[in-house]
Design a protein around this ligand. Structure first.
Ligand SMILES: NC(=O)c1ccc[n+]([C@@H]2O[C@H](COP(=O)([O-])OP(=O)(O)OC[C@H]3O[C@@H](n4cnc5c(N)ncnc54)[C@H](O)[C@@H]3O)[C@@H](O)[C@H]2O)c1
Length: 432
């Protein structure tokens, strides 16, 4: 077993820390956010993630997971330090803001004593490892002994715990046999393929993968446009395409577009990296643009279904960027809510997990306790996040509560025939 520290106890770091502790390693999770560490120490969870409360209480009780707010503690404790801090976009240029990564690296460097393997797990543009090594060398003590590895994370919020234990693949960029040996040992019990690469390739694999998935979503959204015009059903087209093993069914559902804390910023960062080396990544710019337009397209569709938006009460089900999470970062559902507010609509909304986060971000939202309360007196109902329960609502009751029986299915997953037979006007993207 290796003593592991994880810096950044967020959606990736907390799962990583708890996951390695479950596998038997002594782990210290460090975050600069004192309130978050206090929450964790008191046995509470700072965000919604299925399976995480059970996992955390198990590893905390085992004594294998401890918490700190000081990187110094991590450097003294650990042989292996995973860096999992955020790498958001720096405004419109798309460039990644790597200042948290730099700050953490500098602090690790200043506290290096014995050999340490530092692992870049945050998503970063290729060549970031060069800066990390430079910082460790220049700020670390004379002759400091360390290695750097890049180990991008591929987990998905909503299924992060099972994704941690059962990933499709584990990618590790290394530059020394010692680093490779440690990572082989840490990941030895996983059944997934373990791909060793150089550090730059590992960094690039993450950006290239996320950008490709975003591209796939924008592609099917573009196809949904054509479907609408020719009277085809994009759900059937997507099913037919996904059955081809070369294509696969994942990320092939048309809807209001991709969002979240990863795809938008990773696509933007990958385009920025390309620009910085003189390559115009046109195919990605098109995917990015299509994703922006998709929300406007949704608005136009809603307008067509209910005529004027000014003064209307619009019911919204789903505010998180996807189901099974309370994360609202770059949520397309919230983007649509804002577009509607700009049109003069009033918004009543419900989300099983993300309501409080959404209201903190957009206080104009009138938060409801359940879908039926949302429907009561609303002029239309929009379903914008694919929470499974939303497809099984009592739609006859919903209809009786709405002022007009109009429903917009932003994720193409509601029972269309049933809704139509109940007398709803069913609106969707790419379905006749
Ligand atoms: N969220 C995902 O689904 C996901 C999946 C794969 C990869 N990633 C990548 O993982 C990285 C982390 O993402 P996240 O979603 O976990 O972010 P997050 O915002 O949930 O967590 C980041 C944490 O880092 C902490 N932090 C920031 N600066 C710090 C510092 N100087 N010292 C100590 N702690 C610090 C923050 O307080 C926060 O708790 C990003 O690069 C992201 O792109 C995220």
């Amino acid at each position: 077993m290796r003593k592991i520290a994880v810096i950044g106890a967020g959606h990736v770091g907390l799962i990583t820390a708890a996951g390695f502790a479950k596998l038997g390693h002594p782990v210290m999770a460090v975050d600069q956010d004192k309130a978050k560490i206090e929450t964790l120490r008191s046995g509470r969870i700072p965000f919604f993630e299925p399976g995480l409360p059970e996992l955390l209480s198990e590893v905390i009780a085992s004594g294998r997971l401890s918490f700190s707010t000081r990187i110094k503690d991590a450097a003294e404790f650990a042989e292996v330090i995973f860096i999992c801090v955020g790498t958001p976009s720096r405004g419109d240029s798309g460039e990644s803001d790597l200042s948290a990564l730099e700050k953490v690296t500098a602090e690790i460097a200043r506290n290096l004593s014995a050999y340490c393997l530092i692992v870049e797990k945050s998503t970063v543009p290729a060549l970031t490892g060069e800066w990390v090594k430079h910082t460790l060398k220049t700020l670390g003590p004379e002759g400091a002994s360390f290695d750097l590895a890049a180990n991008p994370e591929f987990l998905r919020e909503g299924s992060a715990v099972s994704d941690f234990f059962k990933p499709d693949r584990i990618v590790v960029g290394v530059e020394s046999d010692r680093a490779r040996g440690i990572m082989e040992e840490i990941y030895g019990s996983f059944s997934a393929p373990l791909l060793f690469t150089d550090i730059k390739s590992a960094e690039l694999i993450k950006h290239a993968s996320n950008s490709f998935l975003a591209l796939k979503i924008s592609y099917i959204n573009a196809v949904s446009h054509i479907c609408e015009k020719v009277g085809a059903d994009v759900n059937l087209v997507s099913k037919g395409m996904g059955l081809d093993r070369r294509i696969g069914p994942g990320h092939l559902s048309a809807g209001i577009g991709y969002g979240g804390g990863c795809f938008p910023k990773d696509v933007a960062s990958f385009m920025h990296l390309a620009r910085s080396i003189g390559y115009d990544f046109k195919i990605l710019s098109a995917a990015f643009q299509a994703n922006q337009e998709q929300k406007q397209r949704a608005l136009e569709k809603i307008k067509k279904g209910i005529w004027n938006l000014n003064g209307k009460i619009i019911g919204v089900l789903g505010l998180a960027f996807k189901d099974e999470t309370d994360d609202i970062r770059e949520s397309p559902a919230l983007d649509i809510v804002r577009l509607l507010l700009n049109e003069g609509s009033r918004i009543k909304a419900y989300d099983p997990a993300a309501g409080a986060n959404a209201v903190a971000d957009c206080p104009e939202i009138m938060l409801c306790q359940n879908p039926y309360e949302v429907a009561e007196g609303a002029d239309a109902l929009l379903v914008l996040t694919e929470w499974p329960g939303f497809a099984e609502l009592d739609f006859a009751r919903i209809k009786s509560l709405l002022t007009a029986p109009v429903i917009f299915d932003g994720r193409n997953f509601l029972p269309r025939e049933k809704l139509q037979s109940l007398g709803f006007t069913y609106l969707a993207l790419g379905r006749p």
